[in-house]
Write a protein that binds this ligand. Sequence first.
Ligand code: PAP
Length: 331
Amino acid sequence: MSMQTSQLLTPRYLTENELTQECIDLISSLPAEKGWVATKLYKYQGFWHTSRQLQGVLSCQKHFQAQDTDILLVTTPKSGTTWLKSLLFALVNRSRFTLTLDQHPLLSNNPHMLVPFLELKLYVEDENPDLSCFTSPRLFSTHLPYISLPKSIMDSNCKTVYLCRNPKDTFISLWAFTNKLRLDEMGTNSLHDVFEKFCRGVSLYGPFWDHVLGYWEESVKNPEKVFFIKYEEMKEQPELHLRKLADFLGCSFSSKEVKENIVESIVEMCSFDNLSSLKVNKEGKLPSGEDNSAFFRNGKVGDWKNYLTPEMVDRLDKISEEKLNGSGLKF
Ligand code: PAP
């Protein structure tokens, strides 16, 4: 294959050559490690990023202007972002888009297209994108750690929903996902190799534990601003937590809506089985090149039991105990 053809076939998520001089200069001063998919990961403000991602981080830190009515979904990668994007979109827009019709935007769009990432989509495609087409409340998402959030988010009254997941399932999901993103000629990452990296904190937006703790502490200090939820809680009682989310966001379900089973309808529409069986999610791709199907693996709690050795489990448990000790947070 010629050089030109192979460049044409490179998905956008792997492109590393569209960086501003500012980003190139910054990268040259940052600690670097071999990446899981992209060639390298760089440590910026204590967390690991690809160069493409870093470009988006810098741009959104510089230009994003939060509004008090904004809703920001923050997640650790592979914690159920796609799921919560769909739930929040359906929840917040339930008067615009009726759930009973077969025309709901979630039935023909991957949730990542409806709730875009700031640093992975909007601010990586354009240094200062025009966001005027977003209707209020604007719904955005990010994987950014608390310390790296654009300042305007901290200064505004916008609401943050934070989702995370137990580190064992997060790790397995990340391992499986990143192997799907690797091109055939790259081969796959062994579980053992990337496990070491994950434990050392060298993973997308890692260290995982520091990411979670940043938002946990903020949610304890400012519960009216940061809503903290785990994937496992959401799986166990989705209706209950969806109602709590609605209360937090100031759009509680009315008793009429409860009687009409709107809560259940949203949960059902956004279920793993429903979303993963839609044509758009079976066959579609994101503009950045990822197959939509890569965001739907099996959506189970405890799948780590099928992959991790007792030593690996012990090691992750010990890190969690040490890092989360005294915080009040447990997995
Ligand atoms: P991202 O951080 O790259 O956006 P994210 O959506 O957070 O990915 O993670 C995908 C995980 O959520 C997958 O978990 P698994 O690998 O353990 O299977 C995916 O299956 C799961 N997931 C996607 N959609 C749903 C859903 N509707 N309900 C429950 N889990 C889901």
